[in-house]
Design a protein around this ligand. Structure first.
Ligand SMILES: *[C@@H]1O[C@H](CO)[C@@H](O)[C@H](O)[C@H]1NC(C)=O
Ligand SMILES: *[C@@H]1O[C@H](CO)[C@@H](O)[C@H](O)[C@H]1NC(C)=O
Ligand SMILES: *[C@@H]1O[C@H](CO)[C@@H](O)[C@H](O)[C@H]1NC(C)=O
Ligand SMILES: *[C@@H]1O[C@H](CO)[C@@H](O)[C@H](O)[C@H]1NC(C)=O
Ligand SMILES: *[C@@H]1O[C@H](CO)[C@@H](O)[C@H](O)[C@H]1NC(C)=O
Ligand SMILES: *[C@@H]1O[C@H](CO)[C@@H](O)[C@H](O)[C@H]1NC(C)=O
Length: 318
């Protein structure tokens, strides 16, 4: 009897070992690890993504323009001119810097979170037509001048490319897509106004940072596509980029700073949105790659085994 239980126990132990090893490697407690998995599972099951990778906010009372609390004249907004498609790798759609998440993807093309974690500037609100109504931006991300730690501070002072972003995850349109309002701003001492043509240029310089080659803004149309490969923390991302029309208007009306941004008879918004579908094509050599090779159903196995072990132990040992 004693030898049987010893064998059973070592088998159980063998089954459970990888799980504990994994949890320890990630420096997380068992509890946070389990919570993370449930959250991920819940979200992905609730998400439903149309072929385009997002729901058109206009179809459900939303808008592709942000709302800014203090604008003159009233009611001017900034264009949501880039979208991270809901058809992207689910890991990219997690707003995290770990596990190849969204923040890590931003870093892969030179954009960091705000200077020392402090929010500078006003809030803007957007209604993505997903049933959440108007919400302030999730965060502001700034081009980091090649310095992931402090570059965003330099951007805050000297100006440069930056974007606010919102996630489309409300009850009536949960695509998981992220909508970005990209613009190139002037230095702080000039009030962070937007440079001439700064919405279209901001969008295209961001795309240029992903593809590694300069985008000719006057040449982009609703048939323009690009592919870019970027890497950060050993995660490699393939971005398939497609410019689409029909979401934003080609207009100067109702656009923030339209007097100085739209110049030489060009509208400050050219009516195009860059839709980016991101796939992870390379992962770090160790734990994470190992983990993605495990089918999701098996995540629930170890706790069941633990319960079984504790239920069966007394009878096995008796
Ligand atoms: C946005 O943030 C401002 C300032 O914190 C706050 O007053 C406002 O209520 C927020 N708006 C929304 C829609 O949450
Ligand atoms: C990358 O972004 C910077 C800042 O916006 C811009 O000056 C540069 O031209 C971009 N690179 C490409 C290749 O577009
Ligand atoms: C952009 O268009 C101009 C003129 O329309 C053309 O000369 C130039 O080669 C184009 N650039 C690219 C990168 O296609
Ligand atoms: C592209 O834009 C043209 C107008 O410039 C429009 O006629 C056409 O329907 C658009 N195509 C798509 C696929 O949106
Ligand atoms: C990336 O992987 C290499 C080994 O292939 C390792 O030496 C390096 O520390 C890793 N870098 C990061 C940021 O994880
Ligand atoms: C800017 O937009 C407003 C509407 O918000 C419009 O009345 C005005 O004519 C626009 N200005 C320019 C220079 O296009």
């Amino acid at each position: 009897m004693a030898s049987i239980s010893a064998t059973t126990l070592s088998l159980l132990w063998l089954c459970m070992t990888p799980t504990f090893t994994y949890a320890l490697e990630e420096h997380q407690s068992w509890q946070t690890w389990r919570r993370g998995l449930w959250r991920r599972a819940d979200k992905s099951s609730a998400r439903s993504v149309p072929p385009e990778g997002y729901y058109n906010p206009l179809a459900a009372g939303g808008s592709l323009l942000t709302e800014i609390p203090v604008t003159y004249p009233m009611g001017q907004g900034e264009p949501l001119n880039a979208i991270i498609s809901g058809n992207s790798d689910p890991r990219v759609l997690e707003d995290a810097e770990t596990d190849g998440g969204l923040r890590n993807y931003f870093l892969s093309f030179g954009f960091s979170g705000e200077c020392l974690g402090q929010h500078a500037g006003s809030h803007q609100a957007a209604n993505l037509g997903d049933g959440n109504g108007f919400l302030n931006e999730t965060s502001v991300i700034r081009w980091n001048y090649g310095d992931p730690q402090l570059g965003a501070c330099r951007e805050t002072i000297e100006g440069g490319n930056h974007f606010r972003y919102w996630v489309q995850n409300g009850p009536s349109g949960n695509s998981g897509a992220y909508f970005l309002a990209v613009s190139y701003e002037l230095p702080l001492n000039l009030g962070h106004d937007i440079i001439a043509n700064g919405y279209n240029l901001g969008r295209d310089w961001l795309i240029g940072n992903i593809t590694g080659s300069f985008v000719q803004t006057p040449n982009v149309t609703n048939t323009t596509t690009f592919v870019g490969i970027t890497t950060w923390a050993n995660y490699t991302y393939q971005s398939d980029i497609k410019y689409v029309s029909g979401l934003l208007e080609d207009t100067n009306d109702g656009i923030n700073h339209n007097i100085t941004v739209g110049i030489n008879g060009e509208n400050s918004v050219d009516g195009l949105v860059a839709v980016i579908e991101v796939q992870i094509t390379g992962t770090p050599p160790s734990s994470s790659a190992w983990r993605s090779s495990i089918p999701p159903q098996l995540w629930h196995l170890p706790p069941i085994l633990i319960i079984l072990a504790f239920t069966l132990l007394p009878s096995l040992l008796s």
